[in-house]
Design a protein around this ligand. Structure first.
Ligand SMILES: Cc1ncc(COP(=O)(O)O)c(C=O)c1O
Length: 394
């Protein structure tokens, strides 16, 4: 075989979203793009705010010396200082440029963090359902991803987490607001998780790191707050990006924020800087670093996503679907009316509605609808959703 057995196997495991994408492409060619309701990808459909374009244009026109040159692997000091100032204010934690490392999106950030922290065979625990790439990211760093079940409403099951932590556990990886469920963990839960990790770490005589993947941190509804993990737990780091908050996923710009209270902080930060380099990222894109430094605190109009969420939830509830209303991100994770979520997704596909089976996210019996789409797509797909449910409820 030309490619490694491992990657061949991974290609099989990661094929759900790709399969839907290919299927969608076929259907679009057959029926026309406006006749296919594609909810398969988390690709934001809202444009970046105007301030982004204005600032980008201004920066591109500036004749800054060395603007295309290599830079420190952690990123431009001015960008890191701007990120630290804004983030520190939000978390009410004193952060400086030294605590920030600019990365190629949240995906780049997670790979850098895991490569820095994991020894071969060490475990990363994550609540399921989860973002599918985590399994590959853990493997990239020689680690192993283990999943922990969540409660019926997708909140953390702390008893299950307590049971799962063992002497191989190095990292607990959480994602809130969550892809694929839209769940946001509340402050009391985060506090309890921190206390549990502290207690387990002491009992096992080791540090267990809390890694919080927060690319949807700015996309929350109904006044819900994302609690600060930097305040809750000393040995914590944040991985995030501007992919969703500014609708810039193609620009690959994000960062890591390291808790100033983390143990052996110099090693942690210097290790991450080295990993950013040796993973081949070298540094985050220069132009984007210069742009985002000047537009800290700006974001897309979140009320647009909230409107889409409500449109979708109201229609599906009336059609008999059972789901937890998302508190953030732009995904809905309803129950499939039959245990076989793949069969239900195929039935939706017959009505040219593209979603992703929950099995692909470690959440069987559910399916994911990415509602970062035109309102028209939601409105026009609704009859198909309702009719498909009727077929299975007969
Ligand atoms: C939960 C989660 N983490 C990380 C990422 C990767 O984000 P980025 O595009 O910033 O690398 C995504 C992207 O969809 C995501 O949903």
């Amino acid at each position: 075989m030309a490619i490694s057995n491992k990657i061949k196997g991974f290609m099989g495991q990661s094929s759900w979203i790709r399969k839907m994408f290919e299927e969608g492409d076929k259907l679009k060619k057959q029926y026309g793009a406006d006749q296919v309701y594609d909810f398969s990808l988390g690709n934001p459909n809202i444009d970046p705010p105007d301030c982004f374009q204005e600032h980008l244009t201004r920066i591109v026109g500036m004749d800054t010396p060395g603007r295309h040159a290599y830079m420190p692997n952690a990123g431009y000091p001015e960008t890191r200082a701007a990120v630290a100032a804004f983030l520190g204010q939000g978390h009410d934690v004193a952060l400086s440029a030294d605590h920030i490392l600019m990365t190629c999106g949240a995906g780049g950030a997670l790979n850098v963090i895991l490569k820095t922290l994991l020894d071969p065979g060490e475990e990363v625990l994550t609540p399921a359902p989860f973002f599918v790439e985590y399994r590959f990211y853990a493997d990239n760093a020689g680690g192993v991803l283990k999943t922990v079940k969540t409660n019926e409403d997708f909140s953390l099951d702390l008893a299950a987490m307590a049971e799962a932590i063992n002497d191989k556990t190095k990292v607990v990886l959480i994602n809130s607001p969550n892809n694929p469920t839209g769940k946001v963990y509340d402050e009391a839960t985060i506090r309890k998780l921190a206390a549990l990790m502290e207690e387990k770490g002491k009992a096992l005589g080791k540090i267990i790191y809390l890694v919080s993947d927060e690319p949807y941190g700015e996309i929350v509804y109904d006044g819900v707050q994302v609690p600060s993990i930097l305040k809750a737990y000393a040995n914590s780091v944040i991985a995030t990006s501007y992919s969703k908050s500014l609708s810039l996923p193609g620009e690959r710009i994000g960062f890591i924020a390291v808790n100033p209270r983390i143990l052996e902080i110099d090693d942690v930060i210097n290790g991450m800087v080295l990993c950013n380099r040796i993973l081949g990222f070298v540094n985050a894109p220069a132009l984007m670093q210069r742009v985002i430094a000047g537009i800290q605190g700006m974001r897309v109009d979140v009320s647009e996503y909230q409107r889409k969420r409500d449109l979708l939830c109201d229609g599906l509830a009336a059609g008999g679907y059972d789901f937890q209303k998302p508190e953030g991100a732009f995904y809905l994770f309803p129950k499939s009316p039959i245990p076989d979520d793949v069969a239900f997704v195929k039935a939706l596909q017959k009505r040219r509605i593209l979603t992703v089976p929950g099995s692909g996210f470690g959440g069987p019996g559910h399916f994911r609808i990415a509602y970062c789409v035109d309102d028209r797509t939601i409105i026009n797909a609704m009859d198909g959703f309702v009719e498909t449910m009727k077929e299975f409820r007969k």
